[in-house]
Design a protein around this ligand. Structure first.
Ligand code: 1CP
Length: 333
C-alpha cells in the first residue's frame, strides 16, 4: 500500500508521507522552460505529453509520495464551453457564459473536450516512476468554480457587486457544476487517479448560506467519490470552522490552510489531516524552516498526517529550501 493510503486507511502515524500543492509549477526552472515555449496555458494543459513531463518534474527532484496531475481547476469551465485565458501578470480571464449552450451540453461532448486529461492519467498510471506512489486527480469545488465563472477574473480583490444578482442563474450553475464535476471525477478515476483532491480555494469568501454554497455541494462530491472507491481530500481554504466542515462533509482527509491553529484543531478533528505550513516560510532561512516544519510534525506526531503546505508553493521558492524541507520531514523521528 502507498504511504498516503497507509495514512488514510490504516491511520498509521509512524510515517510522514509528503507532497506539495502546486508542486508541478513555476518554482521549477524546467517548468518555466516548457512554459516559455507554450504561451497558451489551456493548450499546455491539453497536451498530454508535455503535461506528463511536467507532472513528473517534481518527482525527478524530490522524494515525494504522490504526483498531482498538471492541469487546472479552470479546465471545467473550459470543458463547459466558457472561454478561459491566462494572461501574463494578470491571471485567469473568462468569457461570457452561454446558458443555452450549457443546457445542450452532454456527458459525451464534455468528456471528449477533456479527453487529453484522461489520456494523461492513463499514461501516468503506467509509468514506473510512480511505483508505490499515489496519482492525485483533482477538481475545483462548486463554489470556487462558480466564483471564477461569474466573476470572470480572480476574486483576490473581492467578488463583483452583482455577483448574486441573478439567483436563478446561480442555482442553475450549481446544478450544472455538480453534474459535470462528478463526470470529471469519474473520468479521472477510470483513467487511473488513486486519490481525488477537491480545491475550494475561495471558500473563505462565503459569508452566509454555508449549506447551499459549501457543505451540501461538497458533501455531494465527497459521497460520489467515496462510492467510486477512491479516497477524497478536501481543501476548504480560509473557512473559519474546520471541525464543523469535517463533521458535515466527512472527507477522508482535510487539508488545512496556514491560518489554522494546528494544536487547537487537533482537539476537534479526528480524521487524517494534511498540510498547514505557510508557503512563505520557504522564502526565509533554513533555521526558521526547520522550526516551523518540526512544529507541524511534533503536533501531529500521534495523528495520521500527510505533510504538505497550507496553500500552493510560491513561484519564487528556492529549490534548495524544498530539498531541505524534504530532508527535515524524512529525518523526523
Ligand atoms: O505559468 C503559469 O502562469 C501557470 C501557473 C499555473 C500552474 C502551474 C496555473 C495558473 N495553474 C497551474 C497548475 C495547477 N493549478 C495545478 C497542477 C499542478 C500542481 O498542483 O502541482 C493545480 C492543482 C492547480 C489548481 C488551481 N488552479 C487552484 C486551486 C489551488 C490553489 O492554488 O488555490 C486555483 C485557484 C487555480 C486557478 C489558477 N490557475 C492558475 C493561476 C495563476 C490560478 C490562480 C488565479 C487566482 O489568483 O485567482
Amino acid at each position: 500500500m502507498t504511504p498516503i493510503k497507509e495514512c488514510l486507511i490504516n491511520k498509521k502515524t509512524n510515517i510522514n508521507p509528503m507532497w506539495l500543492m502546486r508542486q508541478a509549477g513555476r518554482y521549477l526552472p524546467e517548468f518555466r522552460e516548457i512554459r516559455k515555449l507554450n504561451t497558451n496555458f489551456i493548450e499546455l494543459c491539453l497536451n498530454a505529453e508535455l503535461s506528463e513531463q511536467i507532472t513528473l518534474q517534481p518527482l525527478d527532484r524530490f522524494d515525494f509520495d504522490a504526483a498531482i496531475i498538471f492541469s487546472d481547476i479552470l479546465m471545467i469551465p473550459y470543458g463547459l464551453g466558457q472561454k478561459v485565458e491566462f494572461k501574463k501578470n494578470f491571471g485567469p480571464n473568462l468569457g461570457e457564459i452561454n446558458l443555452n449552450e450549457l443546457s445542450d451540453l452532454d456527458e459525451l461532448s464534455f468528456t471528449d473536450r477533456m479527453s487529453p486529461i484522461y489520456k494523461l492519467l492513463q499514461n501516468l498510471s503506467k509509468n514506473k516512476k510512480l511505483k508505490n506512489k499515489d496519482l492525485i486527480g483533482f477538481v475545483g469545488a462548486p463554489w470556487t468554480l462558480l466564483v471564477y465563472m461569474i466573476n470572470k477574473v480572480s476574486p483576490k480583490n473581492g467578488l463583483s457587486n452583482n455577483f448574486f444578482a441573478d439567483m436563478e442563474r446561480v442555482d442553475y450553475l450549481l446544478r450544472i457544476l455538480d453534474k459535470f464535476i462528478k463526470i470529471h471525477i469519474k473520468n479521472q478515476v477510470n483513467a487511473g487517479a488513486t486519490i481525488i483532491q477537491i480545491f475550494d480555494s475561495w471558500s473563505g469568501l462565503i459569508e452566509k448560506d454555508f449549506d447551499k454554497f459549501l457543505y451540501n455541494p461538497t458533501l455531494s462530491l465527497v459521497n460520489f467519490t467515496k462510492q467510486l472507491g477512491v479516497p477524497v481530500i478536501c481543501f476548504p481554504r480560509g473557512i473559519s470552522d474546520y471541525p464543523l466542515f469535517c463533521k458535515n462533509v466527512k472527507p477522508d482527509m482535510v487539508n488545512i490552510d496556514y491560518n489554522v491553529e494546528p494544536e487547537n484543531l487537533l482537539k476537534n478533528v479526528s480524521i487524517p489531516i494534511q498540510g498547514g505550513l505557510d508557503p512563505k516560510i520557504l522564502l526565509t532561512d533554513k533555521k526558521s524552516l526547520k522550526n516551523e516544519v518540526t512544529k507541524y510534525l511534533e503536533i501531529f506526531r500521534d495523528h495520521p498526517y500527510v505533510f504538505n503546505l497550507g496553500h500552493g508553493i510560491l513561484p519564487e521558492t528556492r529549490i534548495d529550501m524544498v530539498e531541505e524541507m524534504v530532508t527535515i520531514v524524512r529525518n523526523f523521528k
